[in-house]
Design a binder for this molecule. Sequence first.
Ligand SMILES: Nc1nc2c(ncn2[C@@H]2O[C@H](COP(=O)(O)OP(=O)(O)OP(=O)(O)O)[C@@H](O)[C@H]2O)c(=O)[nH]1
Ligand SMILES: [Mg+2]
Length: 372
Amino acid sequence: MTTPISDRVHIAIFGNCNSGKSSLINALTGQHTAIVSDIAGTTTDPVQKSVELPGVGAAVIIDTPGLDDNSQLGQLRSAQSYKILSKTDIAIVIEPIEASFTARLHSLEIPTIHITSKADIGPNNIDSNNTIAVSAHTGEGLDRLRAEIASSIKPDNRLLTDSICQNGDTVLLVMPQDDSAPKGRLIKPQVEVIRELLDRGCTAICCQPQTMDSTLKNLSKPPKAIITDSSAFAQVKAMSPSGVTLTSFSILFARYKGDIELFRQGAKALSSLSKSANILIAEACSHTPQNEDIGRVKLPRLLRKHLGNKITITTLGGNDFPDDLTPYDLIIHCGACMFNRRYVMSRIAAAKEQNVPITNYGIAIATLLNIE
Ligand SMILES: Nc1nc2c(ncn2[C@@H]2O[C@H](COP(=O)(O)OP(=O)(O)OP(=O)(O)O)[C@@H](O)[C@H]2O)c(=O)[nH]1
Ligand SMILES: [Mg+2]
């Protein structure tokens, strides 16, 4: 099975127009991934591609437009490059580059590898401890660059389920397969949790809410924990034996990807929102909405039930996260299983900076249902 995008290290290449960013991507991947030409401004939009980088492993590599294009269109393009920073785990910067960009990388604490390009022709190319001289044409410096990328990757040994069970425990997963579930498959958070439980030597028992009671009766003792889809929280809570830890997939992902304490704080805003509150629901997937979709149907219905019909709810999908969050009184984010952690954290940081409370689906639902 291929590694999901959200688990791949995101490596972005930044530099001026014509500095050789796209050529470097092609050289690193050994494929013709990006269009190369001697016309400045060839790459007009960020392009990302999942790749297996020799010596590095599963990655997403991101080509960006040049930063020094000062035309009106060029400024829009370089703004796109700045936006990419929110998901960049490792930056490769082709020097020289504007100082303000380097400062931004520094303030975001993004591990950065500095290189110079076209080492085969450039008499000015330096190869010092801090800057690697690379040629996409001859391959010079590529091995050193790959080694540098590999050593910049921080190993991530965190688990989704370590807060709710020990290795070897039995865990019950309640997963409604209703109209909002995709046909013929399980959604990513469910698959990832099942896989992790199996890796931990746990017994993962799966059922739907309507068979939860009989599933529990068939067990010789209660499970160590129950993980449910947020949409069935109330129902599952009512059937859960006392003393059994109950959580949702969404909460597990909030803990893993985000800042659960901040999300809990954010959910407190639900009790003080006005009747005309403006709420943003942000989804990571930009899928075609399904019947009973959680972000577009179930959660809005629950919010209206608690806050009345005068609230305004905006649901945005994919990368459509507004720069200006101040019109909103609360942001409710999905579990973000499609995003890497850095992207989620940068959205959280933007909300924090603008003083807008942020929470996520699971915690908002649990709060509205008085479960948390
Ligand atoms: N000699 C030499 N030429 C290179 C090298 N890398 C890129 N070039 C040339 O530099 C020109 C620009 O290369 P690109 O890879 O398109 O540069 P870019 O930074 O992606 O450019 P934009 O997308 O326009 O910002 C092309 O003519 C490439 O053939 C290299 O290592 N050596
Ligand atoms: Mg390019």
